[in-house]
Design a protein around this ligand. Structure first.
Ligand SMILES: [Zn+2]
Length: 257
């Protein structure tokens, strides 16, 4: 993992600095600069799922021969917007993947069943989606994943294998948890920023610029803005002969155990 390589390298440099400081003069700013660089690399590596810094996430499949991409939705099910997303997907004959939050799925089992019945895939997006997820122990992360899997097994009869880390955050604890639970970590190659206050046009532009087969798009089925962007996106895909398929199909892996 890149995390270990960087840390090993950092240790070598650190001891080098100490040794140099022992035999000669090393200015304090050099130590500070060194620590600063290490913190920045670690922070970006933890928030950029695409870097695969802590663990190997599946972020795209550019080797695919068909004109396929995957639209993925995080943070549902949402009683107001998920049904709207589903009806658009049906209208354009597109299949997507929904990474569901356990505590929301518990409240809206009917929507979860509808997602499955209409041919989409589902994945695990933790139970609480806590802001502190990145600081949870491996045990706590694993417990959240198992709890959500058990809720969704009760609703659908399926044992989920796909997991999308909340906020796309990865770290050694999440890596250890996934080793225990056996989930695949699913990232993305196209982040829409549809939960920010960017305009619909900018969001659509972020997704469609340079969009190519094998890409995985991140959206959230939680706002009217995303529903509007989705319709434009589906039109774009139709025009460019790109087909959205469930992410497990794009990645050629199993969605369920
Ligand atoms: Zn999320």
């Amino acid at each position: 993992m890149r995390f270990y390589t960087i840390n090993a390298l950092a240790l070598v440099v650190f001891f080098g600095l100490l040794l140099a400081g022992f035999f000669g003069d090393v200015p304090a700013w050099l130590y500070i600069l060194f620590i600063f660089i290490w913190v920045v690399i670690t922070a970006i590596g933890s928030f950029q799922i695409k870097w695969n810094y802590h663990l190997q996430s599946l972020n795209h499949n550019y080797k695919i021969s068909d004109n396929h991409i995957s639209i993925t939705f995080d943070d549902g099910p949402n009683p107001e917007f998920t049904p709207k997303v589903l009806s658009l997907l049906k209208e354009y004959n597109a299949k997507a993947t929904f990474f569901l939050i356990g505590k929301k799925a518990e409240k809206h089992p009917g929507i979860v069943r509808q997602i499955i019945d209409e041919g989409h895939a589902i994945g695990n997006h933790s139970y609480s989606h806590s802001k502190n997820f990145g600081f949870f122990s491996a045990e706590k992360v694993a417990a959240e994943l198992r709890q959500t899997n058990s809720i969704l097994k009760q609703i659908t009869g399926k044992e989920l294998k796909l997991f999308r880390p909340p906020f796309g955050v990865t770290n050694p604890n999440i890596k250890n948890a996934l080793k225990r639970t056996g989930h695949f970590s699913i990232g993305w190659s196209k982040r829409s920023f549809d939960t920010t206050n960017l305009s619909e046009k900018r969001i659509l532009g972020r997704i469609t610029s340079n969009l190519k087969k094998g890409d995985i798009i991140l959206l959230h089925d939680g706002s009217a803005k995303t529903v509007a962007v989705l319709e434009q996106l589906l039109l774009f895909l139709q025009l460019h002969k790109l087909q959205s398929v469930p992410v497990n199909r794009l990645l050629e892996i199993e969605a369920y155990a």
